[in-house]
Design a protein around this ligand. Structure first.
Ligand SMILES: Cc1cc2nc3c(=O)[nH]c(=O)nc-3n(C[C@H](O)[C@H](O)[C@H](O)COP(=O)(O)OP(=O)(O)OC[C@H]3O[C@@H](n4cnc5c(N)ncnc54)[C@H](O)[C@@H]3O)c2cc1C
Length: 517
């Protein structure tokens, strides 16, 4: 059995394995030469005081002790086994496919977008203000919305075993093993494509299929049971269909609605993306003029209640970039991503308010259960009109937004297509503008200097979650009205983020295994 110890170290000491190994040996009353292996199992930063500290939890293996085995997964051949159609290659679809293989079923994974290297070209075109491919962009393509992201792997899910397994699978497919012990693990957009490609390779090598540029446009339904899907002229059949299309696939919601398949309206959250100079966030969070060589780019997580509504930061990206996460040229939608080193000089985060069903009740008579979707679409279109040509996004300095003033000019930004001054305080729905304004004032009391004209708000952060849930039975995880249809992931309303979508995909694959005879 390894010995477990916890050390509280200066950031410089925590970065020096020789130093903490010697300290661990001293604590255990042995010489450092007797230590065969020392593993960091948890690392967190305590920056509550002037001097930031790093808490390291270590597992120490002394000579002769059995060492932990490397992370390994076995994927048996499923060639010739029962096929299951999986729609969408985001984290939910990929992890559902891996689990189906482990359980002896053959996934046929269909993805409307392109493989990751072709997708990079499409994304570069969007950033240059060029054409937007509605099937290949920041949301659609190999790996889904998680490929070009910060790759934060945080979840509130209590099922620790599933969480560790999902992280281990990422490590098996090429992620840095540090994600297994970091308090707030993240992968980074420079590393994610490689890992996603490896997962797709595993699926193919086991006998599954991964087919790109296959946009599902209809369902094959016989006698109340789904038997496959239609992609253009192709009909692809399977013993069940896992629907993992994410929350940006509006055509899928419209399709299900037209086919009379039950959907449910749900509340959501929308707002803006806020961007500060990273060095300002470092200064506030670390209480020092600069973070120095050994501390990571600082982050924050803020939440408050204003006028009875939740206002909170979302998907914070230290050392990152704001990106155009739209799926049509008629929208302005922003989100954030970071490279693994979080090296950009900017810190960005979503800053959103709760949006209730009553906020879009006026659209319900015409749009019914899809009213929330319509509301989201209208805000994105409004933001596009307020922005400029070629994905130029509307923006306002933060202090001006709070004070209700126009910004005559804007500071430099990480958002490549560019920004233009706009009165977000005036054109955002009034409850949202007021909630964000009050929230910003509250956050400024907790993080002095957060409200500043060095920072900007950019419109709009509209896709934090889906406004429509695809219902499923709590036990069977199958749609109650359509046998064989298994909705999963963020688009179906059962996940929020990469790792929770991946875990939900795995759970659904297990339900499919129980269903398929
Ligand atoms: C820029 C950005 C940064 C993000 N950063 C983070 C982060 O750091 N951490 C985090 O946890 N989350 C992050 N997220 C959110 C995260 O990416 C999503 O929560 C997650 O990807 C949801 O997984 P999913 O599999 O449910 O859906 P998605 O990842 O959305 O995947 C759905 C897939 O289905 C495909 N599809 C849609 N319709 C069809 C169709 N008709 N036919 C075939 N295929 C179809 C799409 O092309 C897409 O590939 C970020 C999102 C964005 C956009």
């Amino acid at each position: 059995m390894p010995q477990n110890i916890t050390l509280r170290l200066l950031p410089r000491e925590a970065a020096d394995a020789k130093h903490y190994t010697a300290l661990a040996a001293r604590r255990l009353g042995i010489s450092d030469r007797q230590i065969a292996l020392i593993r960091v199992v948890k690392r967190s930063i305590d920056a509550r005081q002037r001097q930031p500290w790093v808490n390291l939890s270590l597992e120490v293996y002394v000579d002769g002790e059995e060492q932990p085995a490397e992370v390994h997964f076995d994927y048996p051949s499923v060639a010739g086994k029962t096929p299951v159609v999986v729609v969408g290659s985001g984290p939910a679809g990929l992890f559902a496919s891996l689990r189906l293989i482990e359980l002896g079923l053959r996934p046929i994974l269909l993805e409307r977008g392109r493989e990751v290297s072709a997708r990079k070209v499409d994304i570069a075109r969007i950033n240059r203000g060029g054409e937007v491919d509605p099937d290949s962009n920041y949301a659609f393509g190999e790996g889904g919305a998680g490929t070009f992201s910060d790759g934060k792997l945080f979840t509130r899910s209590k099922k620790r075993g599933d969480y560790n397994r999902a992280l281990q699978s990422l490590v098996f497919h090429g992620a840095n093993p540090e994600i297994l012990f970091e308090a707030h693990p993240h992968i980074g957009t420079d590393k994610l494509p490689y890992i996603i490609r490896n997962i797709c390779r595993t699926i193919r090598e086991a006998g599954g299929e991964v087919l790109f540029e296959r946009r599902v446009s209809d369902l094959i339904v016989r006698n109340g049971r789904i038997e496959g899907v239609v992609c253009g002229d192709e009909r692809i059949e399977g013993a069940a269909v896992v629907l993992a299309t994410g929350h940006s696939a509006r055509d899928i919601y419209y399709l299900l609605h037209e086919r009379g398949i039950r959907l449910e309206a749900k509340p959501l959250a929308m707002g803006v993306r806020i961007e500060h100079p990273q060095e300002l966030i470092d200064r506030i969070q670390y209480h020092q003029p600069s973070r120095g060589e050994y501390l990571p780019a600082a982050s924050y997580s803020l939440v408050s209640q204003e006028n009875g509504r939740g206002v909170y930061s979302f998907c914070m990206c230290p050392g990152g970039f704001i990106v155009p996460a739209l799926t049509e040229a008629t929208q302005s939608v922003v989100n954030g991503m970071s490279p693994s080193g979080r090296t950009s000089p900017y810190a960005n985060s979503g800053l959103v308010t709760e949006v209730r069903l009553t906020d879009f009740a006026h659209l319900e008579p015409k749009w019914g259960v899809l009213a929330g979707l319509r509301y989201q679409e209208e805000l994105e279109a409004l933001a596009r009109r307020e922005g400029g040509d070629g994905q130029v996004a509307p923006a306002q300095r933060v202090a001006d937004f709070v004070a209700g003033r126009a910004s005559a000019s804007l500071p430099a930004t990480s958002y490549i297509p560019g920004i233009t001054p706009s009165r977000l305080d005036q054109w955002l729905p009034s409850y949202m503008a007021e909630g964000l304004r009050m929230g910003l004032s509250t956050f400024n009391r907790r993080m002095k200097g957060f409200v500043t004209n060095e920072a900007i708000v950019v419109g709009v952060e509209s896709r934090t979650s889906t406004p429509v849930r695809i219902p499923r039975d709590a036990e069977q995880l199958m749609h109650p009205d359509l046998e064989g249809l298994f909705p999963t992931g963020e688009g179906a309303g059962y996940a929020g983020g990469i790792i929770s979508a991946a875990m939900d995909g795995e759970r659904v694959a297990e339900a499919v295994r129980r269903y398929v005879k």
